[in-house]
Design a protein around this ligand. Sequence first.
Ligand SMILES: Cc1ncc(COP(=O)(O)O)c(C=O)c1O
Length: 281
Amino acid sequence: MGHDLTATHTQLSPIPLHASRGLTLVRGEGSYLWDDKDRRYLDLMTNYGVNLLGHAHAAVTDAIKRQASLLTNAHQSFETPARQDFLEALGALLPPPLTRISFGNSGAEAIEAALKFARVATGRIGIIATHRAYHGRTFGALSATADAKYRDPFAPMLGGVRHIPFDDLDALDNVLDDSVAAVIVEPIQGEGGIRVPADGYLKGIRERCDSRGILLMCDEIQTGFRTGSPFAFSREDIVPDILCLSKSIANGPSAQGKPWEHLRRQSIGLRRRDRDPQGAR
Ligand SMILES: Cc1ncc(COP(=O)(O)O)c(C=O)c1O
């Protein structure tokens, strides 16, 4: 016998995965947010780097309205003008070796895809990540995330992932071997405390990866479009094999329903054209 759904009323409350700030936000404009008591706040959090263009930006709002009136959702086996526009606009910002793209719904999903691509491309399972790194909370992304408070309740993590100190090429030398598929690094650590590595760090990783057929993944989910140049990897003369983007690339429209193809929190894994499927050049 089933439930009588018309007679049921369940009071739902979110599982407290994040500490409540005790505020109800009702609107935003530019850099400001307002709560339900009409108090104004300067938004220095920006949803951890999502709302780069501010809240309720007129051009973003217009684009959402326009697209919502046309087509809110299309499977990736179809092309759409919005998706094509997006690919062209992003492609214009990327160095030529980055030519392949995969879409997801969040930053963590971009990392998941990147980890899977690295396995397939190299036939190896080892991943080197760094202390204080944050890559998201799905299982693969969490395995690469460093902080025990995020990881421990859900152990065991994905096999083959090791963490080494950030900004330390000697530490990297000690762990690189032929089991390693990829090194994943935030060019500037975000959650770890806005930590900018020494000049030469990214280049040093790139050279070490190249000499061993290991992929370099740059997690620019937080740094993308926020550091003065579109991508923080360009502060050194390197190109990653896989670039993960999300957050500010769409200024925050919902990812869940895949509603606005050119505005949603796009997450992107891009691969270099000049690498063979086994990872050796
Ligand atoms: C560097 C970095 N990678 C990955 C993520 C995960 O992104 P998402 O929260 O969209 O899953 C974040 C989120 O803060 C991040 O800062």
